[in-house]
Design a protein around this ligand. Sequence first.
Ligand code: 2HA
Ligand code: ZN
Length: 282
Amino acid sequence: MPRFTHAISFVEEVAPFVRLCWEMGWNEANGGNVSWRLPTDEITAILRRRFPNARQHPAVPLPQPQPTLDGEYFLVTGSGQFFRHALDHPDEVFGIVQIVDNGTAYRRVWGYVMGGSPTSEFATHLVGHAIRKRVSNGRERIVLHCHAPEFIALSFLVPLDSRALTMALWQKMPECIVIFPDGVRVVPPLLPGTVTIAEASAVELEKSRIISWSHHGIFASEENPERVFALVETIEKASAIHRKVLSAGGPQRGIGQDLLIELADHFSAMLVCEPAFLKDAG
Ligand code: 2HA
Ligand code: ZN
């Protein structure tokens, strides 16, 4: 495959991952969305240099003000856009917006060339960004929402309970407790794109980078496209193993509590936080 290039380095970096999400079967048609909080100095320099005559767009009010994100720039997939088209039509699939007016509105600054606007889930993404920016001291910058099939399947098979889901996944592969010690936090089935699901998600995002929108998909926060992809990939792999095990009659055993404790100790330098579910269970 020829290397993908783009005038905006952030589009060049994220678009191949977005396309890969479609290839993985995680983002059919217009399913899913991604938003990336860009470093302000870098993106303003790029926009000034590459698009000096960009037109000023009007401010659009946000349903939930986010004062801690005022002034921030976000690269966001457009409403109704297909992940499959990320490499062929990046200027349609993606746009860049800036949060303005003390966090009460956004305005488009680049992209969405066929018209359009950020994803219908943008308000929820901003809730996620505001919380995870604070909790991670600014490390986490990108939110990815996918309809990962094995992960969704589990919401029909296991209790809608954060501990039960997390333990089931941790017990399937040694990597899991190391890669997501914060666990997966479950949000009940709620209407997508609403303030209600955003508020329920906010409660869980205080505790983990990863939430399950039950019967709908995964919503995960990380530092950059590579890392958020790897996080979802690992969770989806463990979900597939768990689903296979359930399909074969259910687990006869799992990676035991002692080995989970050893794993968390041995790789403690790599963990983003203490594995709270493990400690509570022990
Ligand atoms: O279609 O995935 O959650 C976009 C979505 C809504
Ligand atoms: Zn969705």
